[in-house]
Design a protein around this ligand. Structure first.
Ligand SMILES: *[C@@H]1O[C@H](CO)[C@@H](O)[C@H](O)[C@H]1NC(C)=O
Ligand SMILES: *[C@@H]1O[C@H](CO)[C@@H](O)[C@H](O)[C@H]1NC(C)=O
Length: 481
């Protein structure tokens, strides 16, 4: 497309992606702007990790820095004669929900994997690893499948929500919830596999033995997720599934889990599996504990952009489609922004969508930088609207001379009505390429049928080109080839 309004150069695209990440994040850190004129990200980073100490369940270690918390849930698991102490309370309550806890673990691990290199200062990386390990330790216990079950929750959520008490004082039933071959939960199992695989990668250099245990468990749980399919909310007792049901189904978790296992094991059986899942729903514009499609697609883009595996290019395109759905100003955006500029997806815990989308933006931008790759949300048809310019351009412009043979090719006169029947209404490309003609262009949905009769979109005019000449001179002067 010839456009004087915006020229996207290869390097500006990924940096503008990064700028948008900052924009999204700045919205909620904006009251704390450091002297340099940008938010104090290092301070926010350290605090974002410290938060997890306040969510801890189980016996707290001597180096626990959040002092207003003490031991809690020390007999968690006893209702099923297993040890399920530890892990995290999911939010403001005292329930341990396995499904969001696994997603939490996956995301902490992915953050360490991709961006841990920037956490080196002041022991932040150590703290981030401790936060991930607190959850991974719990998931290892939950996923011990010697008894053929995966534990997916501790604490009756309804009873818990009828109380407002500190975790240290809990007296509500610490009911244990699980899935098994006869009451499966592919969503929670595949997410748990993703979490264990991601954690195994995050700990591979720091603790090889631990990493190997995590990976072995991840393989097992994934096999269970695939071998016994179902939604856990259909099977677990109590209201556990009602609090965190996988509304998106479990195909997304199967894709996500196999993607993580592919990275962690390099075993091509996971590649075969994930490509066999086929085209799992499109048009995704959210990434959360429920729907992991966008995350899986960005992670698969890593293989395309960083490892050069073009077989997965369709996933890269889907990842870019997601970005075009969330970026402000993108023609295919399906995302609302508040008047203050904050991405707005839901009235319930909206910032979860902001943090998860920002993570994907930052991470895809990193992959793009490695591959020197860019993409544009503009011009979805990927065509030029100047005839003769670019690889694809209009072929049936609404233009008398161009649509009929030249006098040299057809010396006989063509009469008034003859032109309609012989040429205007004929299919096929115009015989004369009217090089440089800029047509009316696509409609408000980016559609361009390239039909001769469609004068709104297919007719060139002198006044379109006249204004373009000076504009192109300006750009050609700046961007010399
Ligand atoms: C790859 O994974 C499959 C399925 O889990 C397994 O059967 C196979 O043995 C694995 N191959 C290798 C080389 O580890
Ligand atoms: C990335 O692309 C730009 C523009 O095409 C080029 O100037 C630059 O050398 C490329 N960098 C790498 C590392 O390939």
């Amino acid at each position: 497309m010839v456009s004087c309004s915006r020229t996207v150069s290869p390097s500006s695209s990924s940096s503008s992606l990064q700028a948008l990440v900052l924009l999204a994040a700045v919205s909620f850190f904006s009251s704390h702007v450091a002297a340099a004129g940008h938010p104090n990200y290092a301070d926010a980073l350290a605090k974002s990790i410290l938060f997890f100490q306040g969510q801890r369940s189980g016996r707290l270690p001597p180096d626990q820095a959040v002092k207003w918390r003490s031991n809690s849930g020390l007999s968690d698991g006893s209702a099923a004669n297993v040890d399920l102490t530890g892990g995290y309370y999911d939010g403001g309550d005292n329930v341990k929900f396995g499904f969001p806890m696994a997603f939490t673990t996956t995301m902490l691990s992915w953050g360490i994997l991709e961006h841990g290199g920037r956490m080196q200062s002041r022991g932040v990386l150590t703290e981030a690893r401790a936060a991930a390990r607190w959850a991974a330790d719990y998931l290892l216990k939950a996923a011990t499948r010697t008894s053929g079950v995966l534990y997916v929750g501790v604490g009756d959520p309804d009873a818990d929500h009828r109380c407002w008490e500190r975790p240290e004082d809990m007296e509500t039933p610490r009911t244990v919830y699980s899935v098994s071959a006869s009451s499966p939960g592919s969503d929670v199992a595949a997410e748990t596999a993703a979490a264990l695989a991601a954690a195994s990668l995050a700990f591979r250099a720091a603790d090889r033995a631990y990493s190997a245990r995590l990976l072995a468990s991840a393989r097992d749980v994934f096999e269970f997720a695939v071998g016994h399919q179902g939604k856990y909310s259909d099977h677990v007792g109590g209201d556990v599934g009602a609090y965190y049901a996988s509304y998106s189904g479990y195909q997304d978790e199967l894709l996500w889990g196999s993607t993580w296992l592919l990275w962690a094991t390099k075993n091509s059986s996971y590649l075969d599996y994930l490509t066999s899942l086929g085209d799992v729903s499109d048009g995704v514009d959210m990434f959360s504990w429920d729907n992991k499609l966008a995350g899986a697609r960005v992670l698969l883009s890593r293989r395309v952009l960083v490892s050069g595996d073009r077989r997965l290019d369709a996933f890269r395109r889907q990842a870019e489609d997601f970005m075009c759905r969330i970026l402000p100003g993108s023609p295919s955006s399906t995302t609302q922004y508040t008047p203050g500029g904050l991405m707005y997806k839901s009235g319930h815990a909206n910032l979860q969508y902001v943090t998860s989308a920002s993570f994907l933006l930052a991470t895809l931008a990193k992959y793009m930088a490695v591959a020197n790759h860019t993409f544009s949300c503009e011009n979805p048809l990927g065509m030029s609207y100047m005839v003769g310019y670019g690889a694809r351009f209009p072929e049936r412009i609404h233009h008398r001379g161009a649509s009929m043979p030249s006098v040299a090719a057809h010396p006989a006169r063509i009469g008034c009505q003859e032109g309609f029947s012989g040429y205007f209404n004929a299919g096929g490309a115009n015989p004369n390429v009217h090089t440089g003609a800029v047509v009316g262009g696509p409609d408000n949905h980016d559609a361009f049928p390239d039909e001769r009769g469609d004068y709104d979109r297919s007719e060139p005019t002198t006044y379109t080109n006249a204004a373009l000449v000076g504009c192109l001179a300006y750009l050609a002067g700046i961007y010399k080839s």
